[in-house]
Design a protein around this ligand. Structure first.
Ligand code: GLY
Ligand code: MN
Ligand code: MN
Length: 462
């Protein structure tokens, strides 16, 4: 938990940004795997966590913008429950830790919200990510569940996004704690991955390391010699000498701030010639993109810079051809780089995308380009000091995509299909770091995690 003052200030700032009405935050409940006593690990609703900080189920928060009041709703554990869970803090104790004095049993929520709606007050709420919260909202606000998402308050979404998108020093320190765990995860994987091992052995060891630090994964681990499958969550392959693997993995700090790091490394041998060429191209694109991070620079322009660098590298390898600008404009590089350069990061690894990917990443100043590749760019807007973004270019050889494009003759002015056959089994390379936008540029967050070829090989081959 952060300081009491932090949560008080956050609520105050939000209240000031909103005109009037009530603001309702429904915290998450336990989520059953199959029956309620066998739940998934608890994960609090992120916006509830941001404004109310309490990391336990069954709570709600209400901010009365006009009446200058904040209240918390929840039920104290009964003795029957304590027999199973051990002693629990009372709601009043939890409220005091986050600066809320007015605490009520959950049954009061319906009454107080009902009084508000009956007297014509607006009840602002955020779009819920979970079905049970949609149903609760339906019951509380008498909105059909199918309409809940579209009835979420646009004014509140905008205010929350603009507040959460700028990270304080306290938040940056949390992200750096998460990055310190990520550094351990990645160096362990590089040291441990050897020919003959199964991917799942490495994944299990990384997962164990995270648990042993009292932490949790920020998202499911991507670890695969089939790096061309962008979000590959299967870990069934056996590693063989000369394979190239992608590890995209991060952890949460104890207050749930995320880290999101990708490294790519060879198994049992140094990078071979082809691997080295692709890797160096991605690394140069990544470093140039990081170098371009600065206030007022549009992230879409940094994405396009990375696309140009990747295209230039592929041209040197004889895999692409033609005018680089025209090629990027046409979207030809998306055969090899079909995703965006990065996204916001914070309490969620793709920060606030549950509220609105477009508002977070595009705001009012940019429109999503529908072109293949460009449409997967989650972040385009101009950067501001305090934003934390990922920079994660990659190059992939996706056999189905190559075959389909070649058959259709797609971008044949820019793609040297005749040279691609030899590369179809290559897999992929991605390199990702987390970067803070500062007043005068950028800072790559966390301690450095090896990414220069010689530094990676030091860990993978000795
Ligand atoms: N870890 C998923 C991503 O990099 O966006
Ligand atoms: Mn990632
Ligand atoms: Mn990422």
């Amino acid at each position: 938990m952060l300081s009491t003052e932090t949560y008080t200030q956050r609520r105050l700032q939000l209240k000031e940004a909103m005109g009037s009405g009530l603001i309702l935050f429904l915290g998450h409940d336990e989520s059953p795997m199959n029956y309620l006593d066998n739940p998934y690990p608890f994960r609090q609703d992120t916006s509830f966590l941001y404004y109310f900080g309490i990391d336990s189920p069954g709570l709600a928060g209400l901010i009365d913008v006009d009446g200058d009041a904040v209240s918390l709703f929840g039920d104290d554990a009964t003795l029957d429950e304590i027999v199973w869970t051990g002693p629990q803090r009372t709601l009043a104790e939890q409220g005091a830790r986050v600066g809320v004095a007015e605490c009520h049993p959950l049954s009061k929520l319906e009454e107080i919200v009902g009084e508000g709606t009956d007297s014509g007050r607006i009840v602002h709420f955020l779009p819920p990510s979970r079905a049970e919260i949609i149903l609760k909202t339906e019951k509380l606000l008498r909105i059909p569940s199918s309409d809940v998402a579209q009835c979420a308050s646009k004014e509140l979404i905008r205010a929350v996004v603009e507040q959460r998108v700028v990270k304080s020093d306290e938040e940056i320190a949390e992200i750096e704690k998460a990055l310190s765990i990520a550094a351990d995860m990645h160096t362990l994987a590089m040291r441990m991955s050897r020919p003959g091992m199964k991917e799942q052995e490495i994944v299990g060891a990384i997962d164990g390391l995270v648990s042993s630090q009292g932490s949790a994964l920020a998202f499911p681990i991507i670890f695969s010699k089939h790096g061309e499958v962008l979000h590959n969550h299967k870990h069934v392959n056996t590693l063989e000498e000369g394979d190239l693997v992608i590890l995209d993995a991060g952890a949460n700090s104890l207050t749930h701030y995320a880290s999101d790091i990708t490294r790519t490394f060879p198994i049992g041998l140094p990078f071979d010639d082809r691997q080295q060429q692709i890797y160096e191209t991605v690394l140069e694109a990544q470093m140039d993109a990081i170098e371009a991070v600065a206030p007022e620079t549009r992230f879409e322009d940094i994405h396009l810079l990375a696309c140009r660098r990747l295209t230039e590298g592929l041209q040197k390898m004889g895999l692409m051809k033609g005018d680089v600008e025209a090629s990027v404009e046409a979207g030809a590089h998306a055969l090899f780089f079909p995703h965006g350069l990065g996204h916001m990061m914070g309490l969620d690894v793709h920060d606030m995308e549950g509220l609105s990917e477009d508002l977070v990443g595009y705001g009012d100043e940019a429109e999503r380009n529908p072109q293949f590749g460009r449409r997967s760019l989650r972040l385009a807007r101009a950067l501001k000091p305090g934003f934390v973004v990922t920079i994660e270019p990659g190059l992939y050889f996706i056999p189905d995509l190559i075959d389909q494009w070649r058959e259709a003759g797609q971008h044949s002015d820019f793609i040297a299909y005749e040279n691609l056959d030899a590369w179809k089994d290559f897999g992929g390379v991605r390199i990702e770091d987390d970067v803070l936008v500062t007043e005068d540029g950028y800072r790559v967050l966390g301690e450095p995690i090896p990414k220069a070829i010689e530094d990676v090989e030091m860990l993978t081959t000795t």
